[in-house]
Write a protein that binds this ligand. Structure first.
Ligand SMILES: Cc1cc2nc3c(=O)[nH]c(=O)nc-3n(C[C@H](O)[C@H](O)[C@H](O)COP(=O)(O)OP(=O)(O)OC[C@H]3O[C@@H](n4cnc5c(N)ncnc54)[C@H](O)[C@@H]3O)c2cc1C
Length: 577
């Protein structure tokens, strides 16, 4: 088996992974492994912006941004981590500007900023312009600049390698095993510091804004390594996915002044968030839209409502929302300059993930015992800054701020432990080899695509915007049944080069493993908080549920433990918008 050795190996070439690599590459031998070509990472799809209280357009402060992030998270975010996020946002945004990110600018050449849902001035009083952007292609601009900077600094890229398993024993991490998609064969990466920045995982749902590659592979590897995941029940549904696929129409469209309308042409958000209307946090807007649809006020009684931006005028749309126009035209045949866009809530962002400290160091339990040499950042991580619900534009920000911090932490760790190469657990490498061999020889009756479709469709129905015990239990049974069926899959192509049959199966294994923790967590949490809405427990229950969920898969069952939320300034209070 081939083996590569690097001081630092980062899995994932999105904003989080690349920012981390940037921080270590001047000091030590750094490699980035990615299953897609780096600039195809999902970060490149981020449209609307990246938040920082620069105050370029109007007065703003990090304290207001902090307040909004705490409240937006429905008080489940850890406030120490949230404060770091909003304070460091300001220098990090300027650092990105100086690295060369081509942000949109004002006429005085300072960075332009726009409104975004939940970002308010003066402790929740009125919308504020806080989101820096590059038109509606912000993530694309950030990702390409970071990639160029990494190439310039000599980061070694291993593209189109699929990381299968994490190498960890006795809470010491020594690297990972990956499948070489192009040439075939397993490759061991031996590292002194290992990082996962494997991104989001909303591909567990059929209606989703996420790339096909967002299948939670990092989470699957962590589950199989016997480590916990945190707050998995919290998955955000973005209010405006293009009907029917769920492709994202950025919140920037509402930030620029777009209206949501039902079949009667009425701006229904006045019923759900009278003051903030379309710019209320995403969980509230999504529930508003879903209620209109469920109660028969969708357009022509169908499963969508309208997002109307026609009144903004052609010039503003072409300058500020060009990609939205293109997508509405291409994927819905709608010219949004003249007609409203059909939209529905779409699975968008995972607040939960791999638990870690504010330096990205992975935790193995609720007491804070770390896994030495193992770091995470970005959407696959749970620091937790987004708690039960993320504010728009706080995610690319989290990737930058916490990717950067994880990079700094890996640098420190590697310098302090010069010459220390942890042993590779041979049994894990052998298990990965056996698993791949078994999959390559699999000749059962079950079809990978069928199982995946069934999972995705049932997650929309049973574990979506509105949840209840009956539906969630049904979904848990469904996931167990699909896990059983997975044991009997068949692979039709047995070659080793570009075997997408094999990688599809590896992805499905991960989807099934982490979905179980999402559904089991949703069943356990008997309250409504942020994105997690239980119609059978329609209130937030701070007495019993103001705590983080940790979930493990042990001896075939899901085991839970809980950890208090870090509060530094704001005690939970009711959210009114
Ligand atoms: C359509 C859309 C629009 C968005 N708009 C915004 C926005 O305007 N503002 C905002 O703040 N947030 C936005 N978000 C959220 C934000 O873009 C993401 O949360 C963030 O970019 C995730 O970045 P990341 O670095 O964690 O991972 P990603 O950019 O998703 O990258 C994941 C990386 O992991 C690699 N990887 C995964 N599995 C494996 C494996 N098994 N082996 C090897 N490599 C692997 C992939 O190849 C990839 O390089 C948006 C999200 C979507 C889907």
């Amino acid at each position: 088996m081939r083996e590569h050795r690097h001081d630092v190996v980062v899995v994932g070439a999105g904003i989080a992974g690349l920012y981390a690599a940037l921080m270590t590459s001047d000091y030590m031998d750094t490699a980035v492994v990615s299953k897609v070509f780096p600039t195809r990472s999902h970060s490149g799809a981020a449209q609307g912006g990246c938040a920082a209280a620069l105050g370029n357009e109007e007065e703003d402060s990090w304290e207001w941004h902090f307040y909004d992030t705490v409240r937006g998270s429905d008080y489940l975010g850890d406030q120490d981590a949230q404060e770091i996020l909003v304070r460091e946002a300001i220098p990090v945004m300027y650092e990105m500007e100086h690295l060369g990110v081509p942000f949109s600018r004002r006429s005085d050449w300072r960075l332009a900023q726009r409104r975004f849902g939940g970002h308010l001035k003066d402790f929740g009083k009125a919308p504020v312009m806080r989101a820096c952007c590059a038109a509606d292609r912000t993530g694309h601009a950030q990702l390409h600049t970071l990639y160029e900077q990494c190439v310039k600094r000599g980061v070694r890229f291993y593209n189109e390698l699929f990381v299968v398993d994490l190498l960890v024993k006795d809470r010491i991490c020594s690297g990972m095993v990956a499948w070489d998609i192009i040439n075939g064969g397993l490759v061991v990466f031996h590292a002194r510091a290992t990082m996962f920045a494997t991104g989001g995982y909303a591909r567990a749902w059929k209606v989703t804004s996420n790339s096909h590659s967002n299948t939670g592979d990092g989470l699957g590897a962590v589950i199989r390594a016997g480590l916990p995941l945190q707050d998995m029940e919290f998955v955000q549904f973005h209010p405006t996915g293009l009907f029917p696929s769920g492709i994202l129409i950025t919140e920037g469209a509402r930030g620029e002044g777009g209206h949501l309308k039902n079949k009667d042409g009425r701006r229904f958000m006045e019923k759900y968030a009278k003051d903030k209307m379309e710019l209320a946090p995403r969980d509230i807007v999504s529930r508003g839209i879903q209620t209109e649809i469920d109660e028969g006020r969708g357009i022509d009684g169908k499963g969508y409502v309208h997002l109307d931006i026609t009144h903004l005028g052609a010039d503003a749309i072409l300058e500020r929302l060009p990609q939205i126009r293109e997508m509405a035209l291409k994927f819905a045949n709608v010219e949004c300059i003249k007609e409203p866009i059909p939209i529905l809530p779409t699975a968008h962002y995972a607040m939960g993930g791999i638990p870690c400290t504010v330096w990205g160091l992975v935790l193995s339990d609720t007491k804070g015992t770390p896994v030495e040499g193992f770091y995470v950042a970005g959407e696959c991580a749970c620091v937790s800054v987004h708690g039960a619900n993320r504010l728009g534009c706080n995610s690319t920000l989290e990737c930058a701020v916490y990717g950067r911090r994880a990079g700094m932490a890996m640098r420190k760790w590697t310098l302090e432990n010069e010459g220390c190469w942890p042993d590779i657990p041979g049994e894990t490498v052998e298990r990965a080899e056996e698993d791949i061999q078994q999959l390559l020889e699999a000749s059962g009756k079950e079809n990978v695509a069928d199982i995946r479709n069934t999972l995705q469709e049932s997650m929309v129905i049973n574990c979506g915007v509105f949840r209840n015990e009956t539906k969630i239990k049904k979904q848990l049974d469904m996931v167990h049944e699909l896990q059983q069926r997975f044991e009997n899959i068949g692979i039709t192509y047995r070659g080793t080069k570009f075997n997408t049959d094999l990688t599809d199966a590896l992805e499905l294994r991960n989807l099934l493993q982490f979905s179980e923790l999402i559904v089991a967590g949703a069943l356990e949490r008997k309250e409504c908080r942020g994105s997690h809405y239980r119609v059978d427990y329609p209130f937030r229950d701070d007495k019993n549920w103001h705590k983080h969920t940790f979930a493990w898969k042990k001896d075939g069952t899901v085991v839970f433990d809980y950890k208090p939320v870090v509060i530094t300034k704001y005690q939970p209070e009711e959210r009114k918008y």
